[in-house]
Design a protein around this ligand. Structure first.
Ligand code: 5GP
Length: 483
């Protein structure tokens, strides 16, 4: 049987060895973060330093966290797990329900459910923190807390003894000032982060394409020192773009061979010095292929006709769906679930959601049709459930709730079959148009009053196969009405 004490002592041996190695400090701490997360079987880990005013924590090393999450904003020591500052290891089991989580929404988007943190102590004084992030709800044991506190001690010693500590601190403070400037704006992409001009038209074109697909981007967000002389940086590399959703830096290039060779040399050096950084050198056809690979529509160049704007990218939908599935798995732990969907709009969402629910479950579908007039619409069931739901826990899965009339009708129908429980999970909530107040237990995204298509949702039978959700051009709908 797996003995956690034994695996923790093995992990500590490795972590102490790394912290005591000749590796550059930042690289060593990133490896420590990786090994710590692995030992606790968690998704991620961050190591943070307290700023000189002792008000904020800034991340100096991390593993398994997206750049978007790392850039969510400065952590306030009084708002985020404040007891750690009293020198204790502290755990949060459910980030969405705990007031000690400062950025619950960002955590939920990242799929984080539980957090365990421990202080970095130097001579009894807190100088920073180490935190562990779990995608599954986790009740951390005393052994987990002791392990993390020991790692914290090793990190604190490594920091203190490192000659680079001073340099790192100065470097870190400078980069924090830069990062603060970026994170002051809550939502990306935002106009204040937009460059007034690009250095090349291909960059502008690429930015427009990213905007259309709602892929968040930052322009030249970070410079990587590549060579030093006497502690002074003599060569830097600044990639053109960073795509937080994909945790990917992109350097655009033309087909000019001399430029490609030079850039490739810099990229090789960058990858050697910063192995945790994901970067790609792309020309135009490469980036169209890349967008297609990540599921952004047929191909970037031919924007989808009739779709004005992408509201939720494929990655955003996937991330949100995973977070919902984790919450559902946790809330229904120990139970068997029946998922019920209404054909056909829910097919994509149902398919992705159920794959991430870690419970035994069955699936059933209904079909309905609408009749009556525009002012007095009515719903009828054209395909009922295949199996009985009496005494079972039922989760109604919806693509979109608009006026609430359909859901209200279906919930009444299902209630009459005496399930043990009946709850609702909807990907989209068009709350502004609600006529009947139906209870929604799990909501993917709230949307404004726009007609949306894609990811299963149709307009006159089309658009269901788009991998993203987009707003349909209202003129198209108007034209359709006149026909
Ligand atoms: P409700 O009864 O809540 O008004 O409407 C529910 C149904 O209307 C949904 O299941 C969906 O079929 C359709 N619907 C409402 N809003 C939209 C929309 O923005 N796009 C699409 N494609 N269908 C919608």
């Amino acid at each position: 049987m797996d003995n956690p004490g034994n695996s923790y002592s093995q992990a500590l041996k490795q972590i102490a060895k790394t912290a005591n190695s000749a590796l550059p400090l930042r690289k060593a701490l990133n490896t420590v973060a990786k090994n710590t997360a692995k030992a606790i079987k968690a998704a991620g880990c961050s190591i943070m330093l307290l700023n000189p005013q002792k008000a904020h924590l800034d991340i100096i090393a991390a593993h398994g966290l997206s750049d978007l999450y790392l850039r969510k904003g400065a952590l306030n020591v009084h708002k985020s797990l404040p007891e750690i500052m009293q020198g204790k290891a502290v755990a949060i089991v459910d980030v969405s329900q705990d007031k000690r989580a400062q950025y619950p929404e960002a955590a939920e988007m990242e799929g984080i459910c539980s957090i365990l943190g421990a202080p970095l102590l130097q001579k009894g004084e807190v100088v920073g923190e180490i935190r562990i992030y779990s995608h599954e709800p986790k009740h951390f044991s005393q052994a987990d807390k002791d392990f993390l506190s020991t790692v914290a001690n090793i990190v604190a010693i490594a920091l203190e003894k490192s000659e680079l500590y001073r340099v790192l601190k100065a470097d870190h403070e400078e980069s924090v000032t830069k990062r603060r400037k970026l994170t002051e704006t809550p939502k990306l992409p935002s106009s204040s982060l937009r460059p007034s001009s690009f250095s090349h038209t291909s960059e502008e074109e690429f930015a427009k394409l990213l905007d259309f697909y709602r892929i968040e981007w930052l322009y030249e967000p970070r410079s990587f020192p590549l060579t030093w002389q006497d502690n002074k940086v003599t060569e830097m590399f600044t990639p053109d773009f960073y795509l937080p959703e994909l945790d990917l830096y992109i350097e655009l290039t033309t087909l000019k061979q001399s430029l490609i060779t030079q850039k490739n040399r810099k990229l090789r050096r960058l990858k050697g010095l910063y192995p945790e950084v994901n970067i790609k050198l792309l020309n135009k056809s490469d980036y169209l292929r890349l967008l297609a690979k990540y599921g952004y529509g047929p191909l970037g160049e031919t924007k989808v006709e009739g779709v004005n704007q992408v509201l939720f990218s494929h990655t955003q939908i996937q991330r949100r769906t995973r977070a919902l599935a984790k919450r559902i798995s946790y809330n229904y732990r120990g139970h068997q679930l029946v998922l019920i969907g209404i054909l056909k709009g829910v097919v994509c969402f149902m398919s992705d959601l159920m794959q991430h629910i870690s419970l035994p479950l069955t699936v059933d579908f209904m079909a309905i049709s609408y009749y009556g007039s525009n002012t007095e619409p009515a719903v009828k069931i054209t395909k009922d459930l295949d199996t009985s739901i009496a005494g079972l826990d039922v989760l109604m899965v919806e693509d979109i709730v608009d006026t609430g009339m359909t859901l209200n009708y279906v919930l009444n129908h299902l209630s009459s079959h005496s399930p043990a429980s009946l709850r609702v999970c909807t990907l989209l909530d068009k709350r502004v148009r609600r006529l009947i107040d139906v209870p929604l237990d799990y909501i993917g995204f709230e949307i404004p009053d726009e007609f949306v298509v894609g990811y299963g949702l149709d307009y006159r039978g089309e658009y269901r196969n788009l991998s993203f959700i987009g707003a349909l051009n209202p003129e198209l709908i108007e034209k359709g009405r006149r026909e």
